[in-house]
Design a protein around this ligand. Structure first.
Ligand code: GLP
Length: 259
């Protein structure tokens, strides 16, 4: 079972996860980070940017989870642009070491297998940051995604397109398709760190952590992972049946263990 850490607010979550990433980079200067977009991981990136001065980042690489298909890379809401603006620049990562699935329509047929090869060539992801969609999706693996799936093209649900419409001028500008690491790809990362904040994520978190393993709840795939950490605020934790047990476990955790 994943370790669940219930924190006071998103900033505290950011500090906790940034500390874990900083420790990883110190231990392994060529660490491979799995990067997620969305608003949830932003406090992690902000806290990591504050620690960047004390870290040797030249050897660190990053792999994004997903990208829209058919949206120009130069579009401000392409995940390449978002990752550059919100992660690479503030932290000071080497842009040449940052990979994002290629969502260009012309090369889309081979883009999934190319991305899988690049992940393997880099030695795999050491720490994968994850958010969760209100329908339980991780990356862009919508309900129904196979637990064995690899990087491939998916069709976004209407709910996800509505959720993401806030980044575009109008809902119909949200692309219909995406390319995303599969659940099987994500499960290969050595450490998964899933974050969620706010009441809107409470159902997705409860179903992912305490519900049955089900393709209908892509987030439940993390139950299969030997080293998964879930960092949530009180609101996102509000529907967890074992919340008190998670608090008790974390409060009594040996200090040397980290997350
Ligand atoms: C998008 C991303 C996911 C992210 C989700 C939640 O669909 N592809 O990786 O987890 O949004 O976004 P937010 O963190 O903004 O709630």
């Amino acid at each position: 079972m994943a370790e669940v850490v219930i924190v006071g607010n998103a900033q505290a979550a950011g500090e906790l996860v940034a500390d874990a990433i900083a420790a990883l980079i110190t231990r392994k200067p060529d660490a491979v980070l799995g990067l997620a977009t969305g608003s949830t991981p932003l406090p992690v990136y902000q806290a990591l940017a504050q620690r960047a001065g004390g870290l040797e980042l030249a050897g660190v690489s990053g792999f994004a989870l997903d990208e829209y298909v058919g949206l120009a890379v130069s579009h401000p809401e392409s995940y390449r642009s978002v990752i550059t603006r919100e992660v690479v620049e503030p932290i000071g990562l080497d842009p040449h070491r940052i990979h994002v699935p290629d969502g260009r329509s012309e090369t889309i047929e081979s883009a999934g297998s190319d991305y899988e090869k690049a992940l393997v060539a880099a030695g795999g992801v050491d720490l994968q940051i994850l958010g969760v969609g209100t329908d339980g999706h991780i990356g862009f693996n919508e309900p129904g995604s196979s637990f064995a799936s690899l990087t491939r093209v998916k069709t976004l649900t209407e709910q996800t397109r509505r959720d993401n419409a806030r980044f575009f001028d109008s809902p119909d500008q949200v692309p219909m398709h995406c390319i995303t690491q599969g659940l099987g790809t994500i499960l290969r990362a050595r450490h998964l760190v899933l974050l969620a904040f706010g009441e809107g994520k409470a159902d997705a978190i409860a179903a992912s952590l305490e519900g049955p393993l089900a393709a209908m709840v892509p987030g439940s795939a993390i139950q299969l992972h030997p080293h998964a950490t879930v960092v949530v605020d009180e609101a996102a934790a509000s529907k967890l049946r074992l919340a008190d047990y998670y608090r008790y476990t974390y409060a009594n955790k040996p200090g040397w263990q980290g997350i």
